[in-house]
Design a protein around this ligand. Structure first.
Ligand SMILES: Nc1ncnc2c1ncn2[C@@H]1O[C@H](COP(=O)(O)OP(=O)(O)O)[C@@H](O)[C@H]1O
Ligand SMILES: [Mg+2]
Length: 354
């Protein structure tokens, strides 16, 4: 178990500033995820931590000591890549034991630890197979066992599930989380998949173009995004133009939205008249009971999606909304309805600068 501190990290590739000042602190035993679109610098950040890339500026500390001068194989980190990267000519057990040999752990002790690691990823029965005799999911389990068998100070995972089909992705997601918890390993996980990030992480850093847009728990990131970019990258969103009428308590506001007044949360101290984007996740919208306020919309499309009716609606200001209603709801395309937003979920965000 170890804690990680990254301060002022920068890396350029030619003229492109790939990492443009990253600061973050990961607590001991924490499952921490870097989430962002392809090309935003997640892998580069992780490779700097692993020691495969030297940053141009900044520091990376583990348990309070800089690791920048330590070569990768001496950092005692376990690394899992997207493409498994197993040794093709070594058996499963030999692949897992490789890092132990390098650390001069041999004989009975090595056999015991390999056995434990393979049991943890539920692969003990396949220990004598070669990688090519395994499925993709099994190969990634071997890679995970190989990473944890050395009892790493940090476990670094770069899109480890990206090459697997949906069912395996789910299975392995839980396995990774179980193993990380059981071992109490500090984990840094990289993904572009927000659902994966949400379900695995204690905290998430949402990245944009080499910088961190927001760091928070999955709940904070999803329900209290500071800006529209973070909201859009962490799940389905609706945003509506909103104007603050007044603050009714710290971070509680009366706002004008779609021609109606409603209650929303936001960062404290927004002045009256401030214009923001109001976040309304699809599940925070519902049909208003008669006479209970709300704002007018017209139904543009209704699609049956099994778990409910997915509806596209438009406000009088021509702002589009997507929401899901219970299957038994009567909603005809073209009809006029009144919607409300759960005031606990309505949230005021800054508009993206980008
Ligand atoms: N060795 C390299 N040389 C030049 N550009 C690179 C190199 N590695 C990464 N990049 C660029 O840096 C940016 C960030 O890459 P990367 O860290 O791999 O992003 P991510 O993992 O978030 O998809 C991309 O625009 C990529 O093209
Ligand atoms: Mg990457």
């Amino acid at each position: 178990m170890a804690h990680l501190n990254i301060a002022g990290l920068r890396k350029a590739h030619g003229p492109v500033q790939v990492i443009a000042g990253v600061d973050l602190a990961v607590a001991s035993g924490e499952f921490f995820t870097l989430l962002g679109p392809s090309g935003c610098g997640k892998t580069t950040t992780l490779r700097c931590v692993a020691g495969f890339i030297a940053p141009d500026a900044g520091d990376i500390q583990v348990d309070g000591s800089s690791v920048l001068a330590v070569p990768p194989e001496r950092r005692d980190f376990g690394v899992v890549f997207q493409n498994y990267a197993l040794f093709p000519h070594l058996t499963v057990a030999e692949n897992v034991g490789y890092g132990l040999q390098a650390r001069r752990i041999r004989g009975e002790e090595a056999r015991r630890r390999v056995g434990e690691a393979l049991a943890m990823v539920q692969l003990f029965g396949l220990k004598d197979r070669l990688p090519r005799e395994l499925s993709g999911g099994q190969q990634q389990r071997v890679a995970l066992a190989r990473a944890i068998v050395i009892r790493p100070r940090l476990l670094l995972l770069d899109e480890p599930l990206a090459n697997l089909d949906a069912k395996l992705r789910h299975e392995l997601r839980w396995l990774i989380r179980d193993v990380q918890r059981a071992q109490g390993i500090t984990a840094i996980y990289v993904t572009h998949d927000h659902a994966e990030a949400m379900s695995l992480s204690d905290r998430i850093a949402v990245m944009r173009q080499g910088q961190i847009a927001q760091i928070g728990t999955p709940r904070e990131i999803y329900q209290r995004p500071t800006e529209t970019y973070v909201a859009a990258f962490t799940g389905e969103t609706n945003t509506l133009a909103a104007k603050v009428i007044g603050e009714i308590g710290p971070g509680r506001y009366r706002v004008m939205v779609a021609g109606s007044e409603l209650i929303a949360g936001g960062p404290p101290g927004l002045a009256t008249g401030t214009e923001r984007r109001l976040l309304a996740r699809p599940e925070s919208l519902s049909l208003a009971a008669a006479g209970k306020g709300g704002f007018a919309v017209r139904v543009e499309a209704v699609v049956y999606v099994g778990a409910g009716l997915r509806c596209e609606m438009v406000t009088e200001q021509r702002e589009k909304l997507v929401l899901q209603l219970p299957v038994q709801t009567e909603v005809a395309v073209g009809s006029a309805l009144t919607l409300t937003i759960d005031p606990e979920q309505a949230w005021l965000m800054a508009e993206d600068a980008a």
